[in-house]
Design a protein around this ligand. Sequence first.
Ligand code: NDP
Length: 295
Amino acid sequence: MYKLLSGKELSTVLKEEMKQEVAALVANGARPPHLAAILVGSDGASETYVGHKVKMCDQLGFASTLVRLEADTSEEVLLKKIEELNQQEDLDGFIVQLPLPKHINANKVVMAIDPKKDVDGFHPVNVGRMAQNLPSYLPATPYGIVQLLERNGIETSGKECVVVGRSNIVGSPMSILLAQNAAVGNCTVTLCHSRTKDLAFHTKRADILVVALGKAEFITGDMVKEGVVVIDVGITRVKDETRKSGYRLKGDVKFDEVAAKSSFITPVPGGVGPMTVVSLLKNTLKARKGEIEWV
Ligand code: NDP
């Protein structure tokens, strides 16, 4: 029988821990952590994500600022705003919500953020530091997965780990973290992508399988071995007329089939998703406490 790796439950615990830390900071006369988000345009999904972040800041006693810019804002104006936030002393960290409108070069934008305020962990300085196992802000989704494994006591050392998907925000950093000599790490990692030949050959060897490709129910029961630990990152909206919203969320894993062979598995929704926002706030709290040694 599998055990659910509930991000919903763990994120509640982590939120309570952070709430208490922030209350203690404030009780000692310090200002609370402060996170800002820049939203360019009004993409529906981005509005929802940013809304969650602001709401969670409120719940935990963080200060938050939402900077809204019109969809036709020029790259120059956005870069100026970023420089302003880089300099703002009472701001610990900020994010620029992606995706950005097509006329803006997202790489330029990420590069403009001061790495010390880059709580999304996307700046190459943070990515490089992560790759060298130096203190850094970890990207939120991989950081959330590390905490899910750690807090559920899942042994990673010496395990065969297969990561499917090599994006800069999930698959690639996940493969780096799990291969590192660290408490959650020391796996033998295989990183698969769309050019991988015979994906099932690899996934069947996995003790720990992390799937982040964005195709609903792509991984089926015959692609995994008995006892596997499954982390399903995928979130795809599929039509469902029986729902008020008209859709339901599906992971990259065919849940019933794969769960039947798993020792641990994350549900979708309620698995990796809730851990992502919590991890962003954990990075912001780290920034407030000056926990990262930048030397
Ligand atoms: P990307 O689209 O950036 O990357 C997808 C990856 O999957 C690519 O590396 C691609 O390979 C690979 N891939 C695509 N098809 C196949 C295939 N048939 N076999 C093997 N590999 C394949 O996605 P993201 O990493 O941004 O997101 C992945 C999923 O995770 C999405 O559903 C997204 O919504 C979700 N997500 C969830 C989060 C959460 O908080 N729960 C946070 C972030 C994302 P190639 O590089 O060769 O193209």
